[in-house]
Design a protein around this ligand. Structure first.
Ligand SMILES: Cc1cc2nc3c(=O)[nH]c(=O)nc-3n(C[C@H](O)[C@H](O)[C@H](O)COP(=O)(O)OP(=O)(O)OC[C@H]3O[C@@H](n4cnc5c(N)ncnc54)[C@H](O)[C@@H]3O)c2cc1C
Length: 472
C-alpha cells in the first residue's frame, strides 16, 4: 500500500505477510451518520498485513477519482476553500496519465476570445498567476516550485494567409484585454534569431504568456494537499483502481466508491476526473447497474520530444505554429489508417530545467501508449523546418539526452471539457475532457467544480460545460 496508509492515523499494526486481500465492511444504514467500518486485508508477499479497526476512517465528504492535474487541483480547491474532507484515488500515480506528458504552456495565443473555453482559460490563468505571485510573497521561487517561466508566446505563421489570420487574431486578443502584438518578419527575426524567417513569416506575440513544468506543479500541489492530512481532511489512495460505485438505497446517489483495495464512502460528492478514461469508466460503472451512460471522451495520443540540457538552439519564447489552432495534418504526412487522423504541429519550449521540449503529435489509436519512432521522426522533421540549426543534428546522436513523453489527451468532440453533475444522480460530478489544455484550464476547472458542488455562484458560467449537452 502506498500513500494511503502513510496518511492514515488509524494504522494499528504492520507485519510481513502474504498475497490476497479481503474486506469485511459494515456500513451503517444512515447516509449522513458516522460509519462504523472494520476490515482486514493482506498485501503481496513483500508487503505488510495491515489490520485496522476504525470508525469513519473510510468516509469523506468528497471522493475524487483520478489524480491527474484536474483531480489534484479539485482536491486542493476543496481543501483551501471549504472545510470538507477529501479522498483522492488513482489507478496509478499522479503523473501516469496525460498530465505527466504535458509540455506545460499556459498560453492564450491559440485560444479564441468569446468562447466558453476562453472564459475558463482566462480565469484559470489568473489563478495560476495568483499562485505564482503568492509563492513569491512567501519567499519561494515559482520557477523552482512550479517550473514557472514568463517567456511570452509566439504563434508563428509562414504564409500570406496565415499572416493575415494572425493580424486578425492580434486585434481580437487585444480587444479582449490581453497585451498582444503582431510581429512582421524583421521584428520576429530580432526576437528569435534561430527561427527561419522569410518575407511571409509573421507572428502573434503575447508577452505575458507563461509556462510551468507539469511534474513540479503536481509535486507542489500534492505537498500542499498533504498538509491537510494531519488534520484528518485528506487521504490519497494510489495504485488502487476504482472498480464500481455502491449505490445508496435512500436517494438517487452513490454511497461509496469501491476500489480494488478500499471502500471509500462519500458524504457530499464524488468527482470523476479520470481524463481519457472517464468515458469508459463511467460506462463500466453504469453497466454494473444495468444502465447505459456514454460520455464521448476519447483518448487522443500525443508524443512530445524532450532534449535535456539542450544548448544548441537559442529559444527566447515559447513557440507554436499557426496550424496548431486547428491541428491540420501537415503536408506529406500520410496517416496509414484514416481513423487514426495523425497530425503533427510544431511547438517548442525551453523548460525551467533547461530541456528543450518539442511537440507534438495527435492521433486516435485507442488507449495505446507505445512509442512510435516514426511519429518522433515526423516531429523532428517538422521542427527542423522552423529551426534550420536542428537539421544539422541527427536524433540518433542525441539519444543520451533524449526522452519521449507519451500521453492520452482527453478529447471531446465539441472541444470543451465536461464539468458538472451527472443527470439522474444527486452527488456524482464529472470534470474531464480538457484535451490539450488541461494544465492551462486546471485551476479554473477546480474552482468551477467546487462552486457547482457547493451551489455557489461561479466566476465563470458552468452551463456551457454541462454533462447533459454531451450525453449520447
Ligand atoms: C504531449 C502532450 C502535451 C501536452 N501539453 C500541454 C500543455 O502544454 N498545456 C496544457 O494545458 N495541456 C497540455 N496537454 C494536455 C494535458 O496534459 C491534459 O489535458 C491534462 O493532463 C488532463 O488532465 P486530467 O487530470 O484530466 O487527466 P490525466 O492526467 O490523464 O489523469 C487522469 C487520471 O485518472 C486515473 N484513472 C483512470 N481510470 C481510473 C480508475 N478506474 N480508477 C482510478 N483512477 C483512474 C489515471 O490513472 C490518471 O492518473 C498535453 C498533453 C499531451 C499528451
Amino acid at each position: 500500500m502506498k500513500m494511503a496508509s502513510l496518511h492514515h492515523s488509524h494504522y494499528t499494526s504492520s507485519v510481513n505477510l502474504c498475497s490476497t486481500h479481503h474486506f469485511s465492511v459494515f456500513p451503517s444504514h444512515n447516509n449522513n451518520s458516522m460509519r462504523s467500518l472494520s476490515y482486514k486485508y493482506k498485501l503481496p508477499a513483500t508487503g505488510n498485513l495491515l489490520v485496522r479497526s476504525c470508525s469513519d476512517d473510510r468516509a469523506f465528504d468528497v471522493v475524487i477519482v483520478g489524480a491527474g492535474i484536474i483531480g489534484l487541483t479539485v482536491a486542493r480547491h476543496f481543501l483551501m476553500d471549504s472545510d470538507l474532507s477529501v479522498a483522492i484515488v488513482d489507478k496509478g500515480l499522479p503523473c501516469s496519465g496525460a498530465t505527466g506528458a504535458g509540455q506545460g504552456y499556459l498560453w492564450m495565443t491559440h485560444k479564441t476570445p468569446g468562447t466558453a473555453t476562453w472564459d475558463l482559460s482566462m480565469r484559470s490563468h489568473q489563478l495560476w498567476m495568483m499562485m505564482a505571485e503568492s509563492l513569491k510573497e512567501q519567499g519561494f521561487d515559482p520557477m523552482v516550485e512550479l517550473g514557472w517561466k514568463k517567456t511570452g508566446s509566439l504563434l508563428v505563421g509562414r504564409t500570406r494567409g496565415e499572416s493575415d489570420m494572425l493580424k486578425g487574431r492580434v486585434k481580437q486578443l487585444s480587444e479582449s484585454g490581453l497585451k498582444a502584438e503582431y510581429l512582421c518578419s524583421s521584428d520576429l527575426s530580432k526576437r528569435e534569431p534561430d527561427l527561419l524567417v522569410d518575407k511571409d513569416t509573421a507572428a502573434a506575440f503575447l508577452p505575458d504568456d507563461c509556462q510551468l513544468d507539469a511534474h513540479c506543479a503536481v509535486a507542489y500541489i500534492e505537498k500542499a494537499n498533504r498538509g491537510f492530512a494531519s488534520k484528518g481532511r485528506y487521504a490519497e489512495f494510489y495504485d488502487d483502481p476504482v472498480k464500481c460505485f455502491i449505490r445508496s438505497d435512500s436517494n438517487r446517489g452513490v454511497e461509496a466508491v469501491q476500489t480494488s483495495k478500499n471502500t471509500l464512502y462519500s458524504k457530499k460528492a464524488i468527482i470523476v476526473a479520470a481524463g481519457s478514461w472517464t468515458g469508459s469508466l463511467m460506462q463500466d460503472l453504469f453497466r454494473n447497474w444495468g444502465m447505459e451512460f456514454r460520455v464521448p471522451v476519447r483518448p487522443r495520443k500525443g508524443h512530445l520530444l524532450e532534449l535535456q540540457n539542450f544548448n544548441s538552439l537559442q529559444l527566447n519564447h515559447g513557440l507554436m505554429e499557426a496550424g496548431y489552432v486547428d491541428h491540420r495534418s501537415i503536408s506529406g504526412l500520410e496517416s496509414s489508417d484514416h481513423g487514426r487522423d495523425l497530425s503533427v504541429s510544431m511547438t517548442a519550449t525551453l523548460d525551467a530545467a533547461g530541456s528543450l521540449l518539442i511537440g507534438s503529435s495527435r492521433e486516435f489509436v485507442g488507449f495505446n501508449t507505445d512509442l512510435d519512432e516514426s511519429v518522433i521522426s515526423h516531429i523532428w522533421k517538422r521542427v527542423g523546418e522552423f529551426f534550420p540549426k536542428l537539421r544539422m543534428l541527427s536524433l540518433s546522436d542525441l539519444s543520451a539526452s533524449r526522452k519521449v513523453r507519451i500521453g492520452l489527451r482527453p478529447y471531446m468532440p465539441d472541444g470543451k471539457p465536461v464539468i458538472g453533475l451527472v443527470p439522474g444522480l444527486s452527488n456524482v460530478y464529472l470534470a474531464a475532457g480538457h484535451e490539450g489544455g488541461g494544465l492551462s484550464m486546471a485551476l479554473g476547472t477546480a474552482e468551477m467544480v467546487v462552486d457547482v458542488v457547493l451551489s455557489r455562484p461561479g466566476r465563470v458560467d458552468s452551463a456551457p460545460f454541462s454533462v447533459d449537452r454531451v450525453l449520447e
